[in-house]
Ligand binder design. Structure first.
Ligand SMILES: Nc1ncnc2c1ncn2[C@@H]1O[C@H](COP(=O)(O)OP(=O)(O)OP(=O)(O)O)[C@@H](O)[C@H]1O
Ligand SMILES: [Mg+2]
Length: 321
């Protein structure tokens, strides 16, 4: 039944600026723009799932109401057909009927940091050409990947990862509306695996709620293909105690029953290593090792061998003492 539901990321996407969670300074600024019906081109930067697209759409809804389709165009910069197609569509859109009241239109360009620097220069010329009738909102994970001439023509708004409190409220909201049972352990797991990304959080909740009205800790880790923090800690601790065999058994569980990749496991090792209760020098050594093995895996070395080699090196730290 739930499979036929529309994605919760759409169902629970705020439709007005007032409903956007967190990002207060940005939302205040956008509300001000709505009030004075005037605004500059902007860069929305920040990690995934923090409200960049959501805020752009909410802004457009408040500015244009039912004229939104004529006034707001969403394009994706990573469109394989390239910058020429984007320019063509911008041209077409900017040329069509002006809006009543002389309002400017908005072109929202998602993943603008995926454009090469040449493409960005071409985009900049397009932005200038239509600057009287349109404003651009460029969405990017990193504002620094946008060329300086564009940055200097835009107001840069930096979105931040969501705080735990905000994410908890969101979980409650969905749980209530979907009549879901989510206990404290499950909330904790959701916060851990979603890392400040509300899209990830929403998708995991929807996937786990497919078969029952319950979101459990177990199903969350399964769906997210993440290990519980304590499983990672156990593996690291056995290794650090010099017990390679036991730590390898823990590794087996992660790989075989959770289907985790080498990179995923190392990323979690890194997160847990930061909190390990060991002396500082040892912690530095562990983190530096994780870095080395991560690099080898990214470069294409065999996951399994590298992970075991890392556990062996950790076990040797003890033996060397
Ligand atoms: N600040 C927020 N307030 C309310 N909901 C949010 C917020 N941020 C994200 N969400 C929820 O998470 C989903 C993804 O958000 P959005 O599309 O705005 O992310 P994004 O920042 O554009 O990410 P990406 O860089 O991946 O495009 C939305 O469906 C929305 O419901
Ligand atoms: Mg987006």
């Amino acid at each position: 039944m739930e499979l036929l539901d529309k994605p919760w990321t759409e169902k629970y996407r705020p439709s007005s600026l007032g409903e956007v969670i967190g990002q207060e300074a940005i939302v205040d600024k956008l509300k001000e723009f709505v009030k004075v019906k005037s605004f500059p081109s902007m860069i929305f930067s920040g990690p995934a799932g923090v409200g960049k697209t959501t805020s752009a759409i909410a802004l457009a809804k408040e500015l244009y109401g039912n004229q939104i389709n004529e006034a707001f165009l969403e394009l994706n910069a990573s469109d394989a057909r390239g910058i020429d197609v984007i320019r063509g569509r911008v041209k077409e859109f900017a040329r069509t009927m002006p809006l009543s009241g002389g309002m400017v239109k908005i072109i929202f360009l998602d993943e603008a940091d995926a454009l090469t620097s040449e493409a960005q220069h071409a985009l900049r010329r397009t932005m200038e050409k239509y600057s009287t009738s349109t404003r651009f909102i460029l969405s990017a994970n990193y504002a620094s990947k946008i060329i300086e001439p564009i940055q200097s023509r835009c107001v840069v708004l930096r979105f931040k990862p969501h705080k735990e409190e905000e994410m908890k409220k969101y979980i409650e909201r969905i749980a209530k509306s979907e009549s879901l049972e989510v206990n404290d352990k499950a909330v904790e797991a959701l916060l851990y695996v979603s890392e400040g990304d509300l899209r990830k959080l929403t998708n995991i909740m929807q996937s786990t709620a497919v078969s029952e009205r319950k979101v459990t800790e177990k199903s969350i880790y399964e769906i997210a293909a993440r290990a519980r923090p304590k499983e990672i800690i156990a593996m690291l601790k056995y290794a650090l105690a010099g017990d390679f065999v036991k730590s390898r058994t823990e590794l087996n569980t992660l790989v075989l029953s959770h289907g985790m990749s080498g990179e995923d496991i190392l990323l979690q090792c890194y997160r847990e290593a930061l909190n390990l209760d060991v002396e500082d020098r040892l912690k530095l050594k562990i983190i530096s090792m994780i870095g080395d093995y991560n690099f080898r895996i990214v470069e294409g070395a065999n996951d399994r061998i590298q992970l075991e080699a890392m556990l062996a090196s950790l076990a040797l730290v003890k033996a060397d003492k």
